[in-house]
Ligand binder design. Structure first.
Ligand code: ZN
Length: 79
């Protein structure tokens, strides 16, 4: 797992609050790691959060949304 440093945190899904925000391979869509979908015939996940709009990704004041190595993070910009 990529570990960019203490000023970065993985972003928790605002809908289920269990998954993490990830980028869908191939489409660059932002979605929950527990997204409801079918992979190789198996139904996985139980969350429907997916968006193309980074404004819908929840970050705290003083943080900004960044993508490092195809992984979304909230980066602390104040210290
Ligand atoms: Zn979710």
């Amino acid at each position: 797992m990529l570990n960019p440093g203490p000023n970065f945190r993985r972003i928790t899904c605002p809908e289920c609050r269990k998954g993490k925000i990830v980028i869908a391979s191939g489409t660059a869509r932002l979605q929950c790691s527990r997204l409801r979908q079918v992979i190789d015939g198996f139904k996985v996940g139980n969350c429907d959060f997916a968006t193309w709009d980074t404004a819908e990704i929840p970050v705290e004041p003083g943080e900004r949304f960044v993508v490092l190595d195809f992984t979304p993070f909230a980066q602390l910009t104040t210290s």
